[in-house]
Design a protein around this ligand. Structure first.
Ligand SMILES: [Zn+2]
Length: 366
């Protein structure tokens, strides 16, 4: 321990890091309420994006502070103030944050567009897609900054071609960002019952500058009457905040359990009936494969308990009845087969899918 401290101290002296020596393990999350002050973001009548973003960010922060005492929450803004995009990333970088969550509200000329989506930095193949336009719209926030040409290396928010800079960026945190984005999107859909617009990649300046896993959430469309009503209601703000908090908690647990044992298994909000211990194989009944995440109330999931999904080859594979007991899963399979005659048993060790034979062999040992 002594040696460790000396080495750490030496590293700090050498590289000038300002991390608190004794809180090296503290998880730091940055909550970034998009826009603010002279930049209202998207607007619809009296409703302004900046206020929705701030309300939700503050609520998420409060939930984390109350429930995760060992997590440090940093806000890029806690009031109606204007903060430059590059400064938001700087705040996170300077704090050596572990996670960056930027909260926004979408808008479209088509007033029927609705639902929530979650982004990470990147470039999707289809450059004319709506996702691409979301990033361009959000990046226009820099037009409120006095010297954006210099700050953003010539990025022109009025030119779609400028998006090309994102193709040459390094994104070492993409895997973690994607993992967290997927957990958040799953919560927005299943906990807040938002219409699922999916997880996408696009070139957001605010994510470009942050050197940690980072995502940008579009809570809903301010341009859509129903979404707007929801996002400005107490119920809506509570549910959206709860969803983001629960997603954060899941991600934190997975990160701390380290080694990402459950990385690709995204739990439903329902608590597990059985505590699953790492190292012991778990049996589940796989009954459905879908290209998209299904809503919690989807009729295809009704009547089944402990529904979860895992991602495999870009598909969402739905399972139910997680248990370490092989006899129990056989009984569950029989039940599920009444509704899904092709449902079959699958086995996992941590996040890894293993053969039934291997799982039974391992289970026998425990
Ligand atoms: Zn925005």
């Amino acid at each position: 321990m002594r040696l460790f401290r000396s080495v750490t101290l030496l590293l700090i002296l050498l590289f000038g890091a300002s991390t608190d020596l004794f809180c090296a393990d503290q998880f730091v999350v940055v909550l970034d309420a998009g826009h603010g002050g002279k930049d209202p973001g998207a607007v619809n009548g009296k409703a302004q994006e900046k206020n929705i973003n701030l309300n939700v960010a503050l609520k998420v922060g409060k939930l984390i502070e109350e429930n995760c005492k060992d997590v440090k929450v940093i806000y890029t803004r806690k009031s109606d103030t204007f903060i430059e995009l590059s400064k938001r990333a700087d705040i996170a970088n300077k704090a050596d944050a572990d996670l960056f969550i930027s909260i926004h509200t979408n808008s479209a000329t088509n007033k029927s567009a609705y639902g929530a989506e979650t982004f990470l930095l990147g470039v999707e193949e289809n450059r004319t897609s709506a996702n691409f336009n979301v990033a361009i719209a959000e990046n226009k926030a820099i037009l409120y900054e006095s010297d954006y040409e210099t700050t953003y290396a010539g990025y022109d928010p009025n030119s779609a071609e400028s998006q090309i800079i994102f193709e040459f960026m390094q994104n070492e945190h993409q895997k973690e960002s994607l993992k967290f984005a997927s957990i958040v999107q799953n919560r927005l859909v299943n906990t807040a019952q938002r219409h699922n617009r999916g997880v996408h990649q696009a070139g957001f300046l605010v994510l470009w500058r942050s050197a940690m896993p980072s995502i940008l959430i579009e809570l809903g469309f301010i341009s859509n009457a129903n979404d707007m009503k929801y996002m400005t209601s107490q119920k809506g703000m509570d549910e959206l905040s709860q969803s983001i908090y629960l997603a954060f908690n899941e991600y934190l647990t997975e990160t701390r359990n380290g080694q990402n044992k459950t990385a690709s298994v995204v739990m439903e909000s329902k608590p597990q009936t059985e505590v699953i211990t790492a190292g012991i194989p778990v049996f589940k009944v796989q009954f459905l494969t879908s290209k998209t995440v299904l809503g919690k109330k989807d009729s295809r999931l009704s009547g089944l308990s402990d529904v979860e999904y895992y991602k495999d080859n870009g598909l969402y594979k739905y399972t139910c009845g997680a248990t370490t007991d092989y006899n129990k899963i056989q009984a569950t399979k029989k039940e599920v087969n009444k509704k899904y005659k092709d449902a079959f048993i699958v086995a996992f060790l941590g996040e890894k899918r293993i053969s039934i034979d291997e799982a039974r062999r391992l289970a026998g040992k425990n």
